[in-house]
Design a protein around this ligand. Sequence first.
Ligand code: ACO
Length: 322
Amino acid sequence: MIRSVVCGFGAALPKRVVTNEELRQLVDTSDSWIQQRTGIRQRYIAGPDETTASLGEQAARRALDNAGLTPDDIDLIVVATSTPDNTFPATAVNIQSRLGMQHGFAFDMQAVCSGFVYALTTADNYIRAGRARRVLVIGAETFSRLLDWTDRTTCVLFGDGAGAVILEAQEDSAAGERGIIAASLRSDGAHCKKLYVDGGVSTTGDIGHLRMEGREVFKHAVGMITDVIEAAFAEAKIDIDQLDWLVPHQANRRIIEGSAKKLGIPMDKVVVTVDQHANTSAASIPLALATAAGDGRIQRGDMVMLEAMGGGFTWGAVLLRW
Ligand code: ACO
């Protein structure tokens, strides 16, 4: 049997850091309000020369270096983003061109904050179907460009960035226990007005701004996240005690702690980067993975659960052995 094994990871952040204190110059807020409600201390905001594709390209190059591979070794690029450089073509083909790749294929996936778990699951399916051998899976966003910077209830929550992993097809015998083990994806469009962008090509003709009923999102988040995590464990027939790391989507420290508590996962097994990066939507999980694998917390062979929930609503979880 073929398995999809992570063989490289990388991340990229914009040059500019914006602290909570700096946001006080824009809106009526405070460092203590933001930290208490969300755990966020700072975020990275893209400058004029930085875009979703440029950040995604940087993360991809770092993942290739980490894996000891070149673009020639990749046959599919999947980019999870809700903030593409252009309406079309896909940011994935933009990155393909930036990497100098003239072979293979590339496409974007749009599942907002759940984009990376959707993209990883899709890439795993291509690999297990024998249609790709190595897939570059990127989560890249410039949410700062969608924010209403006069709305204190949303603008303090988000940041920009990108992260990438490379999945490689390996025979069971070579992979050992490593690779993607199980996944559970969900969506329910009945919630679409709770977190959405009030513009688009086919409606207003402009980009629009992010709008959110924060309390409503919060109310649903923990239940949805824990449901898909339990579904992934059940599919894998693996007990939650065997988990080494939970790497959640980084939206809000209270949602992360609430989910971990409900599942009985101690916080020292949870990777938290929301304090540094804020909510970077589809980029948040690969950024957190690159942080924890980069500093040696996540080790080869560790059992890792990824989870996310976001606009749509969409939500999902992926269980893998690193
Ligand atoms: N600074 C200061 N005060 C603020 C700010 C701010 N940035 N934003 C809102 N407030 C005020 C409100 O106006 C309100 O004031 P009022 O009582 O005078 O009307 C008060 O703070 C409380 O507002 P609530 O919205 O009730 O605050 P809450 O405790 O729900 O926290 C928050 C808001 C942080 C958005 C919370 O609801 C939340 O975390 N929701 C989840 C949303 C989320 O994480 N979304 C990310 C995308 S989805 C995802 O990725 C999972």
